[in-house]
Structures are given as C-alpha cells and as structure tokens.
Ligand binder design. Structure first.
Ligand code: XIL
Length: 992
C-alpha cells in the first residue's frame, strides 16, 4: 500500500492508547515494482525493483554496479531524535556471489559535529537463502543528512533486499517535539523564503540561546519546521512558541500558522492569530491544532501580520493531546428536543472522538465555511467541491440533515465577483446583468450539485441593516443590484431544486429594530412572490444579552408571516462585551451559561410549532469562531467543553435539575420609593432583571435600598388572572408572601397593582440597621391556576443612588462659546475619581433638540497635553450615551463613548463597530483661562427624542501630564469600567 505521509511508500498506523505494541513507521516491500524511494549510494551503483527474487510476494530490490564496500542502496528515513526504532530487513546474495556481511548503516551529521556512521543491523548473507537483519536505532542530537543504507563487506557484491520494516515503541505522532536552540543550531527550522536563521546568544527565553530571524522578504517569511509524521490525522496538538522583537524593532505582531499540502495545493491555517509583541518582551504564541487531512507536506511557521521586521524564536513545543473518550452514558441531545438539532462542522468534526460526539448528539449539520463563495468558486467558473462533497456525503451516509450555508453574502466572497477585470462593477444595467449572471451560475451550480442532498439553503445571509432608512445592508450586492440579487438567488435556487427549503438568514434578529427591518423585508418579498420558505435566526448571543424574552418576541413576530423558522448559528459567548478576557472561564460563568441555554431552549420548545431546527455554531469549545472574533480570546460558547465533555450548557438543554445552583447578583441603589403600587420615576431609571418565563408567567425584578430597608419591585406577567397567584419573597431568611388579590395598599409595606397582562408588586422589607451588604434574596412567582412557578435567587447589594440629571429642549450653537441657551440646563460635576484623587474636573450640562443631544463641559485644567498616542491619555472630555438606557454590561450597537480633546479632536469607542457611530459626533473646543470648554452635538438616530425620555449618560474628564494620564473623574460611574460596561452610567432625562 502506498501511503503519502512522509512521501514514502510506507504503511503508517497509530497505536491506540491501550496498545503497547509497536507502531509501524514504514514498510518497503517493492511489490509495486518501484524502488519505493531507495536510490543508489556511490558512483555507478544501480538500484531497482526486480522480480528475480523475493522474500515475500514477488519483488525485491536489487543493488548492482558497486565498486566500494560503502556503496549500496540508501533512503532518507523518517527518523526523529529521541525515538527508538526497530528495523528488520531480509537480504540475499545474487546467485553465484560469495557470501558477505550485509549491514544496514545510518549516516547523519549532528548539528555542529562530524558525520557519523552507525550500524543498525547486520548479518552474514549467502546466495542460498534469505537472511534476516535486525536491530534497533536511536539518536539524541539534532542532526541533518540522515541516510539509511544497505552496504556489503564485498566491494563489488550484488544482492537483493526485501521486506524492510521500521517500527517504533513510540508513536512519533504522539511524542511531540521541542526545540530550544541550546545546541547553537537551528534544530530543524528552515526559512520559508530568503530569511536567515541563526542560533544566537543575543536573546533567550529559556537557557542561553534562541533563534534569530532576519532578512525576511515578506510577512509570511520566517522560520518553519516540518510536522510531517509528528501529527496524525484526527489527532489534536498544542503548539507553543515564544517570540520577541529583533533589534531596532519597536512594534510588531507575530503569530503561528500551519501550511499543509495535499498534492500541490497548499492551505494555510492559523494556530495563533498574530498578536502584538511589546518591545523587549517575550510573548507566548499558543494554540491547538487538529490535523483533519491527508497531507504530504505539513509545516508550522511563525509569521507577522505585516512587515518584515526581525525577531527571535525560542522554546517551541508541540504536544500531543490525548483525547478523552466521549461520555456515552448521557442522553443524546437530539432525543431531548422536538426539532432537528444541528451543529456547524468542518472535516475535523467528523473524525475520531469528534465524529463520535457529533453522531451521538446531533441530527443535522451546517458546513462552517465549506460552501461559502470563497471556498466553492474562488475564480470565476472554477468550482471546488472537495470539502463540500466530503461533508455532504458524510451527512448522507450518517442520516444527518444538511443546511446549505450560504449562497449570497457580503463576506467571504472573492473580489472578482464584484469586478470586471480591474474595474469595480457599478449599478449600470450591463454591470447589474453581469453580477446577476454570476450569481445565477453560482446558485445553479451549488444547488444543482447537491439537489436531493441539501434540504435547506441559506440563500442570502445578513442582508439587513436596521440603521439604513430602508433597512437594507449596503453590501456590494445591494449597491449594484438593489434587491434583485435576493430575488435572483431565490428564483434560481427554487428553479434548480424546487424541493429545497429556502431561507433568509441573519444575526441580531432578536433586537427590536433589526427584527422589524427583517420582518418588513421578508413580508415585502413574500408579497412579491419571492419563494422564501423560512427565516434563519443566527442567535450569536452573549452571557447577558439579549434576554431570552427578546428571542421569544422575535419568533412570535415571524410566526405571523407563516414562514418556517430555524435557529441557525446559536452560541453564547462567556463575555458581555468585546474587550474582556479570561485566562480561565470561571465555573460560575459556565453555570450561568447553563441557565441561559435552559431559558433559550424553553423558548424553542414552547415554539416547536414554528421552529423546525436549532443549530449550534460549532461542535465543542475546542473549535469556535469566537476564539478570534471579535478579538482573540479564550471563549467557551457551546454545549461541550474543549475535551468534548458535557458542560452545564448541555445540562441546561437536557436536564436543568442537574445544573449547579446559581447565585445571581442584583444591585440595590440607594432610594426610598413610595410603596403604593405606582411606578415612581425612580423605578424607570433602571431596567428590570428578568425572572425567566415558565409556562405563562415571567417577571421583571428591581431592588433599591435605604438605611434599614430593602425595596423591591416585581412586574409580573401572568395573563391568567387568578386571585391566589402569589409572589413570595425570602429576604435574609424571612419569607413574605404577597397575593395577587391583596390589592393596594396592603399594610404599610406592600402594594399590589393590576397591569395589562399581569400585576405589579411593590414591597419593602426590613434588613436591620445596616445597609444591605449582599443580602440573600429569593423571589418566587407562582401562577395558581396553571401551577407553574418561576424564581430568582441571589444576593442583593446596596450601591450608591442612580445619578439623574435633565436636559431641557433648547438648541445651542456648537462653537465652544457658552451661549445663553445653556442657562436652563442643570449643572453636573465630575467628582467621582476613577484614577487619582485630584486633577482636572468639569462642570457639564446637556440640552436636546430634534434628533440631537447637545453637551457642554467647562473643564478646569491649567496644563494641557495631547502627547500620548492614545486619545484617552490626552486631556479630553468623554460623554457616554446609551439611547436605550439598557444598563447592560457590554455596549449595544448604538451605545457610544464620545471623546473630544481640549483641542477639539474627536474619537469614539464602545460598540462592536465604533465607526458606525463616528458620524454622530461633532464638537468644538475653546481654551479659556485655567482650562477649556467643549461643546458637542451627538446625533441619536436610533430613537425618537421626546419629553420624558431616559438615556444612559455619563461624563468623564481625562487629565494628562505629558504622555501619561494622571487622573480621571466621572459624574456617575465609580468602577472605571465605563468604557466597556454601561451599567453604572447615570441617567439623563429629556424635558420640554
Ligand atoms: C464564521 C466561521 O465560523 C469562521 O470559521 C469564519 O472564519 C468566519 O465565518 N455569521 C455567519 C457565519 O453567517 O457564516 C460565520 O461563520 C459567523 C457569523
């Protein structure tokens, strides 16, 4: 059998963990009539397969034409340092030749040493029969020029060899590899292009030496080392390398990548995305890699994101990760849900333990990338289906349903699609026709190829942009063809496979504005007769947002359109924002994630009539797109951990009773609301904490505190009005039950008020003289007639009062001069120090008019600096605005941090795409004695400004001294986290 690994005609198998027996490294039997890589050693020597004699089978290798004892047949063997090999072979002299000693010998040159010749095996060989040669071999020093050869003590002897078998007790694909350059050599690393690699003592991470990499010709040029034979298909490895910037290099980002080739086609994969290496520091690049392909070239290399700067490499390690067997004694997820349960996969998820896990739990699959345009039609008319075919065949073979993802998308689509030669296509009739023709061809080819095998297609992906007046994303597709690309894609898909179910797929459909925009689009297209069968909700959520109730509202909304609905890309990031990182995800967060999955699957199960399938975007946490999006960080968004074991998230879907208990947290800002069943403004300052829906009951909970009292508000949704419905509060160990019929008021400390679809409970409980440092609170809402119950358990902590100010309806001139329009606006001050205890402060005011918020800051700061490259370290004012006052831990799309330096330079931050709010801000700055004045206008296009509206709001002053920020003070947020967490901003109320 020919095995492409190592380019040798060798049989390679890997031992199972229980199998202590030898691992086959290579076998040469010459049965295919070739020399299988063996060649002549010495001038005039000839080596070739022959059928004149054979130890087994019908062929062997004949060596002739020798004139020296060291002449013979040789090969470069797949030997690695530190591994012991058993070598056996059979030899026989050609008839008439005298007997001689035939030896298998190893030639190699240790790094920095002389070439050595070591005997591996030898025997006296005659022409009367086959003699066995056998021995073991290993070497310890990094070496080059490895050659294994068969020589004879008779200088001119002619002989046969056959059945050369190399085995090892160590599977090289499990033994790992490390290089530390302490030998003063490159230890197997070589440049990818013109770079020079030199072992050096100029820098070292461990020991005294590292590898200096200089003279790189491109960002991808640098040190590479072969992994061929060191990695087995289906196995997982951890790779780690330490890097440091070279001399005279102030900045740069380095990463670890893999190049693999099957045949002549190279593919490149990231192991560790390039990360910034601060000058003078060693930085570890690490990641895991699962080899999913047969390869005949495999190498790992270090590259930069851009540039050709020099760097040092040290302490590289490759470590085999022993797979844990999957749990076979837990329920199969797909048996626990009333819809198809899918996972996004690639080839790696079909192999080994991954494949076992997939087949045990899932009933459907979506290819993560393999059917996208860049993967299927990289050049016009040139279709590549190797990976798509593999996954579709796998699904068919294993009875998995298949979601085709995706036909038309703005991302992962090659440039040529939108070009005519070098020219960008325009919306001219000719260009439109050209683009639509390309689309038609693409759709026809993909849908046609998999007709009958792919039952559902995401025909268009992410075409909605709720921030456009018409709700449509300004993709190249849209700019060139308007809505016609959607119409064409659906028409052609339907014509090609009338049985396929055709979907519009999008993310953030659980957010009200996007929900409405997508709804309007689907409604319009359906009315036109566009063959849309369903709507796909991607559902890339995070640990906190959006609440399951918003997902439910979306499903209910689309149910009115009578379309099928699928959850297509579910995952739950463990981070509430786009910037935080954990070294290890806390157990509490994983438990919380379990409850989040439970609440989501409660929603899906309630709407089983609307939802035909739920797909998670990945099989297990070891491979998730969220480990590099939106930044590179550890993430764990799925149902199985990176060792493929069930997480709390899994139990949240299967059996929530098995979830670890969860202590939720709630802040009780200082306040004394009147307990009368009315919703004071105080309660409107913050959003409620959801008590998740069970059956038909759900609630929103809030708390406030004052000396000796805890105030709570429960807004209960329970449409079935039963007098004996109850809310039970347990506060610091004491239980209080409030009944729906109790009415208002009920004693001095509780009040119940009827609301649409439910009722409100307002109550206060004594907490003793102290405030409330982490009081244990449980709230259980019970629906008497339905018998359902939902609850919240956690710790409630008192915090400072929510800051509140107002903005009158006036329009100032934004020029840095404080005009009279500001006079009626109340003044607030930045007196909360988040860095330092003194420094620049501001008096601030707000106004609003039309769709714009106007902001004024009069800053006391006598010495001004813009020296730092970081705008937040320059003397500047920041306004924080959340149009929805969501008080979420992360920024929503329309939340913003708007910064203006003392010289009037603006910058923005906060949301996933800060550029999208950049145009909202205009500002003017003016120097005044002892400081400066900032006037700013912030447009808020996502809401309608009106009297009474409440916005999340804060002001911060940054005080710079030279290139450093030496103090910072805010109006509200004391945590210093306002740049990534909106929950401690204050509230700005608009007034007429
Ligand atoms: C992601 C893949 O998972 C990644 O491997 C790839 O690098 C980028 O695309 N919405 C979609 C999916 O519709 O196609 C995206 O998949 C994730 C967001």
């Amino acid at each position: 059998m020919l095995c492409v690994l190592m380019g040798l005609p060798a049989v390679l198998a890997s031992a199972t963990p229980a199998d202590a027996a030898a691992v086959q490294i290579a076998t040469y039997d010459f049965e295919d009539g070739t020399a299988q890589g063996w060649g002549p050693r010495g001038d005039g020597v000839e080596v070739g397969a022959t059928s004149d004699a054979a130890h087994s089978g019908s062929s062997s290798l004949l060596t002739s034409g020798r004139t020296a004892t060291w002449h013979g047949a040789s090969i470069s063997p797949p030997f690695q340092k530190g591994v012991t090999y058993q070598v056996t072979a059979y030899a026989r002299m050609v008839s008439g030749e005298p007997s001689s000693t035939i030896a298998l010998t190893m030639q190699r040159t240790p790094d920095g040493g002389d070439t050595t010749y070591e005997r591996v095996a030898a025997a006296t060989v005659t022409d009367g029969g086959w003699a066995e040669l056998s021995g073991t071999y290993s070497f310890g020093a990094d070496s080059t020029g490895l050659q294994l050869y068969a020589e004879s003590s008779e200088a001119t002897a002619t002989y046969y060899i056959d059945d050369i078998v190399i085995t090892s007790d160590t599977d090289p694909a499990r033994s790992g590899l490390s290089t530390d350059f302490e030998t003063g050599t490159a230890q197997g690393w070589s440049p990818r292009a013109s770079a020079s690699l030199t072992a050096t003592t100029d820098a070292a991470h461990g020991g005294a030496r590292s590898l200096a990499v200089t003279g790189r010709s491109d960002s991808w040029d640098g040190p590479a080392i072969s992994m061929l034979g060191k990695m087995a298909k289906g196995s997982k490895y951890t790779l780690s390398a330490w890097v440091r910037l070279g001399p005279d290099t102030a900045s740069g980002a380095l990463g670890l990548s893999i190049e693999r080739r099957t045949g002549d086609t190279p593919s490149y994969e990231r192991v560790a995305a390039p990360k910034t290496v601060p000058e003078g520091q060693w930085v570890q690049l690490t990641g895991t890699y699962t080899l999913a392909y047969d390869v005949d070239f495999l190498s790992v290399y270090v590259e930069s994101d851009t540039g050709t700067f020099p760097f040092y490499l040290d302490d590289f390690t490759l470590t085999y990760v022993e797979p844990k067997p999957i749990q076979t004694d837990i329920p199969s997820l797909r048996d626990e849900v009333p819809f198809t349960l899918g996972a996004a996969i690639g080839r790696a998820q079909t192999l080994g333990e991954h494949g076992d896990l997939l087949l045990k739990h899932f009933s459907g699959v979506t290819p993560g990338n393999e059917l996208k345009w860049d993967a299927t039609e990289p050049r016009e008319g040139e279709f590549t289906f190797a990976e798509g075919d593999y996954l579709v065949d796998y699904a068919v073979q294993h009875g998995l349903t298949f979601r085709g993802h995706t036909l038309a998308w703005h991302s992962q689509t090659p440039d040529w699609v939108f070009k005519d030669g070098d020219r960008d296509l325009t919306s001219s009739p000719e260009d439109r026709a050209l683009l639509l023709k390309r689309l038609e061809n693409h759709v026809k080819t993909l849908v046609g190829r998999y007709k009958g095998k792919i039952a559902v297609w995401d025909v268009v992906n992410e075409v909605v942009d709720e921030n456009q007046p018409d709700g449509l994303r300004r993709s190249k597709w849209f700019q060139i063809t308007g809505l016609d690309f959607i119409r064409t894609a659906f028409r052609v898909a339907h014509e090609t496979d009338p049985a396929a179910k055709l979907f519009v797929n999008d993310y953030n459909t659980e957010f009200p504005r996007k929900r409405e925009a997508l709804y309007a689009l689907v409604k319009k297209l359906k009315a036109e007769g566009v063959p849309i069968d369903g709507v796909g909700h991607q559902l890339h959520l995070n640990i906190e947002q959006p609440p399951a109730a918003e997902v439910e509202a979306t499903i209910e909304k689309f149910a009115t359109l009578h379309v099928d609905q699928q959850i297509t890309e579910l995952d739950v990031s463990v981070y509430p924002d786009f910037v935080s990182t954990y070294d290890e995800v806390p157990a509490e967060v994983l438990a919380e994630q379990g409850y989040r999955y439970k609440e989501l699957f409660d929603v899906f199960r309630r709407h089983r009539a609307q939802i035909s399938s739920v797909t998670v975007w990945g099989l297990a946490d070891d491979a998730t797109w969220l480990s590099t999006f939106p930044i590179t960080r550890l993430n764990a968004p799925l149902l199985f951990d990176d060792e493929l074991q069930a997480k709390p998230a899994y139990w949240g879907v299967v059996d929530p009773a098995k979830l670890p208990p969860l202590v939720r947290r709630l802040e009780a800002p200082a306040a004394t609301p009147k307990v009368d069943g009315k919703r004071d403004l105080e309660w409107d300052l913050l959003p409620a904490t959801p008590i998740a829906r069970v059956g038909d009951v759900s609630a929103g909970l809030q708390a406030r505190s004052s000396a000796g009292w805890l105030y709570v508000l429960a807004e209960v949704r329970d449409p079935d009005d039963d007098r004996s419905d109850t809310v039970t509060f347990t506060v610091g160990g004491k239980t209080y039950t409030v009944r729906r019929e109790d009415g208002h008021p009920h004693g001095p400390d509780t009040a119940v008020q009827k609301t649409t679809g439910g009722y409100r409970v307002e109550a206060r409980f004594p907490t003793g003289p102290a405030a409330v440092p982490g009081t244990d609170v449980a709230v259980a809402v019970a629906d008497a007639s339905g018998g359902t119950r939902t609850s919240w358990t956690g710790k409630v902590t008192s915090t400072p009062a929510v800051k509140l100010t107002t903005a009158p309806n006036r329009r100032p001139v934004v020029d840095g001069a404080v005009d009279p329009a500001w006079a009626p606006a109340p003044e607030i001050r930045t007196a909360t120090w988040i860095q330092g205890t003194s420094g620049a402060t501001a008096r601030a005011r707000a106004l609003w008019s039309g769709d714009t918020l106007y902001l004024l800051a009069q800053v006391a700061d006598p010495t001004l600096s813009e020296q730092s490259a970081n705008p937040w370290e320059q003397d500047s004012v920041e306004f924080f605005v959340d149009p929805g006052n969501g008080k979420t831990r992360g920024y929503g799309d329309d939340d913003g941090q708007y910064r203006i330096s003392f010289s009037g330079k603006t910058s923005v931050g906060g949301p996933l795409d800060p550029a999208s709010i950049g145009d909202n801000l205009t500002a003017a700055a003016k120097a005044v004695p002892g400081g400066y004045v900032i006037e700013a206008a912030v447009k808020l296009p996502t809401i309608t400004l009106r009297d009474g509206a409440l916005l999340g709001f804060d002001v911060q002053v940054n005080d710079a001294t030279g290139a450093a920020r030496t103090s910072a003070a805010t109006w509200s947020d004391a945590t210093g986290q306002g740049y990534r967490d909106t929950s401690h901003w204050g509230v700005l109320q608009l007034r007429h």
